[in-house]
Structures are given as structure tokens and as C-alpha cells.
Design a protein around this ligand. Structure first.
Ligand code: 13P
Length: 340
């Protein structure tokens, strides 16, 4: 039987990271719409199969987060998609939260749901091949928010989820995401991210989560998208590290960042800059959704004839982020053509 430490070590192998392909049916609808792709089950299956069968992707992708539907789907040749990944040495994972809902008594703030019967669902997911899981909490920056109440409610649920995962031998990815959509400065993002991580680790400690058997998936410390002054790559790297050194225990083996709406190139450049400033107590890697998939989705556009073009774009982003995990990416590499 695989231990949780083994799963963590496989996911954190050098030069690789996680593909977050766990968009719910509603979220993939938004992504598909941007490329005029009908959101039907066969298209969702074909899209994921196209990504997962990309030649050599396993060199730079060590784990893939799946959505419930995808974990139950088979490739066109009849192989379960989770098995297809596992056979390539890529660890299958599963999104287990049920999305966000309004937080009672806290206008404009959200709490993540999905704890009901989670233990039973985890047993089923494990039988279907999942070895790690993800739960995303969302913290919104705005006038007078986030409140300490919102941060605590989300941290409590994250820790409940993580504890349940560990009871089932599944590695929890703990994802408290401070959104980057507002007009706030990088300083505000720094403070809110520090507060969020501080409270999250307090709850993880109180609920007896074993830090060596989990991964943290946070936002980077960045300027809000609508802020007039945008921080440089160097500043993002330094501020993110300053925040994590204050709040993330060294016992946590790895930090796998979300991209959160950053451009593909920024997400890669930021990760590489942080790794180039190493050595750090944790492995710094990626768990990107949009920043790994956007060019590929555009190139595929739901057309069979574009399958290999979609794969070439995905292979390129996977490779560049793999280099960023080693601190070896530079912007000039973006000019290299995507190779089929
Ligand atoms: P993005 O990288 O697109 O933010 O997605 C990562 C993810 O899994 C969000 O929960």
C-alpha cells in the first residue's frame, strides 16, 4: 500500500507539478464558451483525454486533479482516465468540495461546502484510484472584507476536510485562495494572505492534521488585477516568500501554487523567480488550471483535427512550468514554437 508520504514525494518530484483539470461542469462551461465549444459530456471527456494522452507530459506533470465526472470516465479506447494517468506514473487526484455558498451574516463573503458524508465519498474515490484530494476555500478582498469570521469559517472547514482525507489515507491539498480580482495593492494581498495562512495552520494544528502528509495550494502575493500599480515579477517572488516564511511551517513538504487568473507567462515567471531565490524549507511547485490549459484549449477549439495542436500547446506550458519548478525558466523560452 502506498503511504501518504510516498504520494507526496511522487507529486513533488523535481521538474514536475500538478495539472488542475478539475473544473466542475459549470466552470468548464465558462472555459468552453470562450472557444465556442459545446459543453457536453463527450467534449468534456475528449478534452481531458487530449490533455492526458499528450506525449511526454509525464516528464513535467506528476499529478492531475480530476472532477467527479472525469474520475468515472473512460478513454475512447475504454481505459478509465485515472488508470491511463496512473499507468504513465502520474498520480490521480480528486476535487471533493462542493463549491462555495454565501456565508451567513457576512455580506459579500463565501464559505465552501461539501463536508457532508465526505468520509464515505473519499472511500469511493480511493477505490476509483484517487490518491490525493483538493478543497478550495475562497477569500475575497473588498471594502471591510475579509472578516476574521470568514477566514476562520473557511479555515475550520479546510482542516475538517484535511483530517477526513488523512483518516482515509488520501493526501489533502489545502487550498485557501485569496482572490486577485480587486483593485487592492500588493501590500493588502500580503496582509490578507498572512492572516489567512496563519488561521489555516492554527486550525490544521487544532484538528491534528499531519503536516508532513499534506500539500498547501495558495495564491501568490500579487497586486489586485484592477490595481493601477502592478508589482514586478521580482517583487511578487520576494513578497510571497516573505509571507510564507512567516506563516507556513517547515514541516509542510510542498507548496503547489494556483494561478488564479494570472497570465500564463506571469504564473511561470513568478514560480521560477521564487525557486531561483532558493533554497527554501518547502518544495515550490505548481498546481495550475488556467495557466497550463488556456493556449491548449484555444488551439483545440473542440475540433478533432486540432487534437495534436492542442497537445503541443499543453506540452509547451508543462515543460516551461517544469523548468520554473527548478528555477530555470526565462522569458526567451516563450518564443520557442510548440512542438508536436
Ligand atoms: P487556476 O490555476 O486556474 O487558478 O486553477 C487552479 C485551481 O485548481 C483552482 O482551484
Amino acid at each position: 500500500m502506498t503511504t501518504m508520504e510516498q504520494t507526496v514525494a511522487e507529486i513533488l518530484r523535481a521538474g514536475a507539478g500538478i495539472l488542475a483539470a478539475d473544473e466542475s461542469t459549470g466552470t468548464i462551461e465558462k472555459r468552453f464558451k470562450s472557444a465556442n465549444i459545446p459543453n457536453v459530456e463527450t467534449n468534456r471527456r475528449d478534452y481531458r483525454e487530449m490533455l492526458f494522452t499528450t506525449k511526454g507530459m509525464e516528464q513535467h506533470i506528476s499529478g492531475v486533479i480530476l472532477f467527479d465526472e472525469t474520475l468515472r470516465q473512460k478513454s475512447r479506447a475504454g481505459v478509465p482516465l485515472a488508470k491511463l494517468l496512473a499507468d504513465k506514473g502520474v498520480v490521480p487526484g480528486i476535487k471533493v468540495d462542493a463549491g462555495t455558498t454565501a456565508l451567513h451574516g457576512a455580506p459579500g463573503e463565501l464559505v465552501t461546502q461539501g463536508l457532508d458524508k465526505l468520509g464515505e465519498r473519499l472511500k469511493e474515490y480511493k477505490a476509483l484510484g484517487a490518491r490525493f484530494a483538493k478543497w478550495r476555500a475562497v477569500i475575497t478582498i473588498g471594502a471591510g472584507i475579509p472578516t476574521p469570521y470568514c477566514i476562520e469559517a473557511n479555515a475550520h472547514a479546510l482542516a475538517r476536510y484535511a483530517a477526513l482525507c488523512q483518516s482515509e489515507g488520501i493526501v489533502p491539498i489545502v487550498e485557501p485562495e485569496v482572490l486577485m480580482d480587486a483593485d487592492n495593492t500588493i501590500e493588502t494581498c500580503f496582509q490578507v494572505t498572512c492572516d489567512t495562512l496563519h488561521c489555516t495552520f492554527d486550525q490544521l494544528y487544532k484538528q491534528r492534521v499531519v503536516l508532513e502528509q499534506m500539500l498547501l495550494k495558495p495564491n501568490m502575493v500579487v497586486s489586485g488585477k484592477k490595481c493601477a500599480t502592478q508589482a514586478s515579477v521580482e517583487q511578487v517572488a520576494r513578497e510571497t516568500l516573505r509571507c510564507f516564511r512567516r506563516t507556513v511551517p517547515a514541516a509542510v513538504p510542498g507548496i503547489v501554487f494556483l494561478s488564479g487568473g494570472q497570465s500564463d507567462e506571469h504564473a511561470t515567471a513568478h514560480l521560477s523567480a521564487m525557486n531561483a531565490l532558493g533554497k527554501h524549507p518547502w518544495v515550490l511547485s505548481f498546481s495550475y488550471g488556467r495557466a497550463l490549459q488556456a493556449p491548449s484549449l484555444k488551439a483545440w477549439a473542440g475540433q478533432e483535427a486540432n487534437w495534436s495542436k492542442g497537445q503541443a500547446e499543453f506540452a509547451k506550458r508543462a515543460k516551461l512550468n517544469g523548468l520554473a519548478q527548478l528555477g530555470k525558466y526565462n522569458g526567451a523560452m516563450e518564443k520557442e514554437p510548440a512542438l508536436v
